[in-house]
Design a binder for this molecule. Structure first.
Ligand code: ZN
Length: 423
């Protein structure tokens, strides 16, 4: 793992817009030639509008003597993301309505956001709440934040493939969480490593790496790239790759995309403990890419699943929570999926309106009924029935139970007969 990048990204105060996102992308751009895109606030994007930009300089709660009891400088998690500016004195009871803690995990600071409902708040350790209540009042409460007509920022890099086609695989990660290691610095470090490796050793298909603020970033990218989405043959959403759980693959919306089968086979071959999940409408940016109008074949790769490990969205998702070995193994797995998908041989049936007449082409045993179910002849039938552009030779071998060598032998003869082509 690129420890230096990890440590420089970790403390930044990121949100869905603002300078924290720009600083993040600048650090990544020092590693790979990233194209940073700015979309002005207020621009329509699909059913949404680009939000105002949010920036924060300082925030604190101080006691009557000016002693800071909660301090944004200690951790950006102390302030609810997208908090409106505040500069007031108030009692504990007034302030309490704006305080968030985790009573079950009294030493952890929770992570909270309020992007679309204008409010403000502080997050703190539940154990510190008692001390706060007993401190000298009134409190000085300051959030020195600002909303402005700025822009939404994301990063993009297209690593050109060695093949001639415009087809591409898209890999995304979100870049909008402050100061948390697994969700989401691990995703950013992993995707940077993946892009770096592909720049050195490109695969046949092009690979587009997107560093997007969650939801709004993918909506903005989809909105701007609608005319070229036909080139996207597969996608992977990455995050949470450094914890101790095995890799977890969540299938695309239909669950029957080629990327689903490639990812599932590749991951299980690498680690039988891999967990496979069906589609679920809750999650990360796969929700946008897989929405019915786009219906892109996007799966998601994580280790622990959001909301299912206690450290999730808390200050305990810290540097110690992320293992460099786990992150490296995840990067290797993604590169394996990308190269397997890219190298797949995908037959396309050129005579798909009914079965082609095999006997006329010398491809069929002259005696009907004598077919050996494990023969090359079965290979013809399996290939012709699955050669819809969404099944590879590996898929056909897996589904038919035939040896890959038999499928390939049958494929060669079908190609020679002009019945099938390959991508
Ligand atoms: Zn999250």
């Amino acid at each position: 793992m690129n420890r230096e990048l990890f440590e420089s990204l970790l403390p930044l105060c990121r949100s869905i817009t603002g300078n924290g996102v720009r600083e993040t992308l600048a650090l990544i751009a020092a590693e790979i030639p990233l194209n940073v895109v700015e979309i002005p606030s207020g621009e329509p994007m699909l059913d949404w509008t680009t939000p105002q930009e949010w920036n924060i300089r300082d925030a604190f709660v101080a006691d009557a003597t000016g002693n800071r009891l909660i301090d944004f400088a200690q951790s950006p998690l102390h302030v609810v993301s997208y908090s409106e500016p505040v500069r007031r004195t108030m009692t504990f009871d007034e302030l309490r309505l704006h305080l968030h803690t985790l009573p079950d995990r009294p030493d952890w600071i929770p992570y909270r956001t309020s992007y679309w409902n204008q409010t403000w708040g502080f997050c703190l350790r539940h154990n510190d709440l008692v001390a706060l209540e007993q401190a000298s009042q009134p409190f000085q409460v300051v959030i020195d934040s600002e909303f402005s007509d700025g822009s939404l920022t994301y990063g993009e890099i297209l690593v050109r493939g060695t093949g001639a086609s415009n087809e591409e695989i898209v890999v995304t990660t979100h870049i909008c969480h402050p100061a948390m290691a697994n969700d989401n610095v691990s995703g950013m470090v992993a995707l940077t490593a993946i892009a770096k490796q592909l720049l050195k050793h490109p695969v046949k298909l092009s690979v587009r790496c997107l560093f997007l603020p969650g939801t709004v970033g993918s909506l903005a990218w989809l909105d701007r790239n609608q005319s070229t989405l036909d080139n996207v043959k597969a996608g992977l959403v990455l995050t949470g790759l450094g914890d101790q759980n095995p890799l977890t693959y969540k299938a695309s919306r239909g669950g029957k995309s080629r990327i689903d089968r490639v990812a599932q086979r590749t991951l299980l071959r690498r680690d039988p403990e891999t967990r496979l999940l069906p589609w679920d409408p809750y999650g990360y940016d796969e929700r946008q890419f897989c929405s019915p109008g786009f219906d892109l074949p996007f799966g998601r790769l994580t280790r622990g699943v959001h909301g299912q490990y206690p450290e999730y969205h808390t200050s305990s998702d810290n540097a110690e929570f992320v293992s460099g070995d786990q992150l490296d193994a995840a990067v290797e797995a993604v590169l394996d999926i990308i190269s397997t998908f890219s190298n797949d041989i995908v037959p396309v049936n050129l005579v798909s309106l009914g079965e082609p007449q095999l006997g006329r082409r010398g491809l069929y045993s002259p005696l009907g009924g004598a077919i050996n179910t494990k023969s090359v002849e079965m290979g013809y039938l399996w290939i012709l029935s699955l050669a819809d552009g969404n099944h590879s030779v590996d898929d056909i071998a897996a589904q038919s139970g035939l040896e890959t060598s038999d499928v390939l032998a049958a494929l060669d003869r079908l190609i020679a007969s002009g019945l099938v082509s390959t991508t």
